[in-house]
Design a protein around this ligand. Structure first.
Ligand SMILES: Cc1ncc(COP(=O)(O)O)c(C=O)c1O
Length: 473
């Protein structure tokens, strides 16, 4: 899977080191320019500058004070103040929702019919398939959703086990735990571009982990994986495969990895594969083109996705499906629940399954397919728009994540809530991102680049003037 890329060239303004900033003529010191030092090495065509470690801006959160009862405030005044605070917050949410591009969240949903559910404390604590004594639960929805996913990933209802998680991270923590419990001395293998939760899982479970480098597309380096497997051939393997990496949306080729395992001498009883499909695991089954399908007909151990990503939900959630025979290694009865414990969490969000059930029921497989096709189409539209504006991009063939040069204006990054890593940023084209929204974004980006270029030109002029003054003095 080679990245689809265009080598549109564009001159980037020079980058200044921190010490150089202090030496600049004063007229330039306030210019809004990035000021980190970069070594110049070979870069991929879509990259503006080599990655030089994290560029993290820690913006401190603000605090909304809790409104304590006050003798000078009547109850009505207090209620009015609270209503005003909530009203302002709702306005902020609407604005932030409008200007959102960077994270893979589908913000287009309408759960109006379910509003009444906030009156209930719905909790699915314990095993989804075994009712607890706590009756205010939504297991009927949860199991319905799990069956839908079991069908999507082709595993019989009697053969799978799973649950609705808090998020994609919990799905990864669970998948890797199931792998570890089945292979207590297993070594975890994952690519360097895996989500951070994958190596966090290895740390939490004190597992030996092998971080495998990636190809330019972001896929795992299959040759390096094979070499590592051969080097550790005495121990079983617990593999995390990315069905869409976080930053570049790269899909590790499951079929190729199965081939690598075979060539390295690992039989099916000596490996466990967890597929992290946070976003794209939900999209890939609906693609009309040929894709390396993720299915339990192949020897995989588990798959997880985030529910708030492609499906869209007002609360973070996710789904993990594994094989029943594998989960037995970590499940035990809990008397006070009158259920079984095989999940990571104790109490579990009972609203989330209802949201997922509602959207899946309303859209069905066909509606999901339409959403996937539109996102893939619009990702190509965005790529073309950026390139026609002279901005270098990359888009993996199996992805709706459009990667481009990291914008230099921090205010622009924050306005559009872009996720950045090193010198690249991305837009994940989700169902709520229309062509009109893309137009607004690209026009804004072009203006931002113009501001940066003007500031750079001014700097050159200013330096020339300063040099002239020095000569004349
Ligand atoms: C590949 C991948 N895995 C896991 C996660 C974690 O998902 P969540 O944010 O739902 O915990 C993400 C989040 O973006 C991701 O991109």
């Amino acid at each position: 899977m080679d990245p689809v890329e265009l080598a549109t060239s564009c001159a980037m303004p020079p980058v200044l080191s921190r010490s150089a900033v202090a030496e600049q003529p004063r007229c330039l010191r306030s210019a809004h320019l990035k000021t980190d030092t970069f070594n110049v090495t070979a870069v991929a065509p879509y990259q503006a500058m080599p990655v030089a470690g994290p560029v993290i801006t820690h913006h401190k959160s603000t605090a909304l004070p809790v409104v304590e009862p006050h003798p000078e405030l009547t109850e009505e005044e207090r209620e009015a103040r609270v209503a005003e605070m909530i009203g302002n917050y709702m306005k902020k949410l609407a604005e932030r929702t409008h200007h959102h591009m960077g994270y893979p969240y589908n913000l287009d949903f309408d759960y109006g019919l379910l509003e009444g559910l906030t009156k209930y404390s719905i909790n699915n604590l314990g095993d989804p398939f075994i009712e607890s004594n706590y009756g205010v639960h939504s297991r009927e929805f949860e199991v319905g959703v799990l069956n839908w996913f079991a069908r999507l990933w082709e595993i019989d209802e009697e053969e799978y086990w799973g649950y609705i998680t808090t998020c994609g991270t919990e799905g990864n923590l669970h998948g890797i735990l199931v792998g570890r419990e089945n292979f207590p001395d297993g070594i975890m293998y994952a690519s360097a571009e895996s989500h951070y939760s994958v190596f966090k899982a290895a740390r939490m479970y004190r597992m030996q982990a092998e971080k495998i480098s990636t190809l330019e597309s972001g896929e795992i380096n299959y040759d390096e994986l094979k070499a590592a497997l051969i080097a550790n051939s005495g121990k079983p393997a617990v593999l995390n495969l990315n069905i869409g990496t976080t930053v570049k949306g790269a899909v590790d080729d499951l079929d190729r990895v199965l081939e690598v395992l075979k060539e390295a001498g690992y039989s099916e009883d000596r490996f466990f594969i967890h597929c992290d499909g946070a976003l794209f695991g939900m999209m890939m089954p609906f693609l009309s083109r040929d894709a390396p399908m993720v299915t339990f007909r192949k020897p995989i151990g588990s798959v997880s996705v985030s529910g708030h990503k492609f499906v869209g939900a007002p609360v973070p959630c996710g789904v993990v499906i594994t094989r029943f025979k594998h989960v037995m290694a970590l499940s035990s009865d809990v008397e006070y629940l009158n259920s079984r414990d095989a999940t990571i969490m104790g109490s579990r969000n009972g609203h989330a399954p209802i949201y997922l059930w509602y959207t899946l029921t309303r859209k069905g497989y066909e509606g999901m397919r339409r959403d996937v096709e539109r996102c893939m189409r619009n990702a190509h539209v965005l790529k073309q728009m950026l390139e026609s504006a002279g901005i270098k991009t990359m888009l993996n063939e199996l992805s709706n994540t459009v990667v481009f040069e990291r914008p230099k204006e921090e205010a622009f990054v924050r306005k559009w809530q872009l996720a950045c890593e090193g010198d690249i940023a991305h837009v994940v084209v989700m169902p709520n991102i229309t062509v009109e929204k893309l137009e607004e974004f690209v026009a804004d980006y072009v203006q931002s680049r113009a501001r940066v270029s003007i500031a750079a030109a001014k700097r050159v002029a200013c330096e020339a003037k300063a040099a002239e003054e020095e000569l004349e003095a």
